[in-house]
Design a protein around this ligand. Sequence first.
Ligand code: NAD
Ligand code: SER
Length: 314
Amino acid sequence: MVKEKVLVIGASGQIGVELTLALRKIYGNNNVVASDLREENELLKGSGPYVSLDVMNKEMLHVQVIRQNITQIYLLAAILSATGEKNPNLAWHLNMQGLLNVLDIAREEKLHKVYWPSSIAVFGPTSPKQDCPQRTVIEPSTVYGISKYAGEFWCNYFFERYGVDVRSIRYPGLISYKSAPGGGTTDYAIEIFHEALEDRRYKCFLKEDTYLPMMYMPDAIRATIELMEAPAAKLTVRTAYNVAALSFSPKEISGEIQKHMPDFAISYEPDYRQNIANSWPASIDDSVARADWGWKPEYDLSRMTADMLENLKG
Ligand code: NAD
Ligand code: SER
């Protein structure tokens, strides 16, 4: 078996912490190097190597890849939808140049594989609202969505032109309890659990009937690993795969929380994030991922809610 050495960039973020820990179980603690611009997340401390790294500094990134004998990169550093609308230039710059730096180094160093996540934010107001298909009208209206869509085509380009084995998933909104979310429109579905347990009430920044595609983190981590382990010959999509698990509204998730906490109350005060949410589909068709590499979610809304509450209660 080929010995793999993995570099996770953005390892202290919402996905990075859990993905790094999962990869360390597969490849061994010392074979997964966590890296981030910010300090090492508490949950990672003592579980394996950590380096401070800015993905925008291509030279330093290249040095680390060579010095550490890296064979795979998982690039998670990005600015998400809500923060991106506040600083479009920064979002475009980081989301694009960070990816290009990694793809260039992957080509030069002949890395075995690269993982880079896309998002349901590639879809825009003209995409189908229900069961949005893999291939459809894609006209994103946020800078985040534009950067993800352009990124998908850079991945496809590096695969077709240089043979870089880069793989990608269009994650829906991800819900987790281990590390905090990083400035997305779907973050309400995490905040609601924290506020429910602290205050028994939550003021939601989206309207009660805003349906969005969502997924519980254990499913997202499993999807990522299953895609990365799938035989290359099975993959028919080299932009990014649609994956689906849940679709719910703020009203529905609050109803689910009320089954555990009958005195929980939700109110609504939509802000600028409502426009972002309105531009995205309510649900996703993931039949291509299911056919190509056997994707299937495990968590429904009720199982996820029970698990979130149990873990956050501590
Ligand atoms: P996050 O904001 O929680 O984590 C990103 C991490 O990248 C942070 O720890 C940050 O410090 C780090 N970072 C930022 N700039 C950096 C730089 N220049 N160099 C090195 N590290 C830097 O984000 P996340 O939710 O973990 O998302 C990870 C990826 O998944 C992103 O590409 C995001 O677009 C994508 N995604 C996330 C979701 C979601 O719901 N969380 C949904 C769809 C797609
Ligand atoms: N959860 C992400 C966001 O809201 C979707 O990519 O930005």
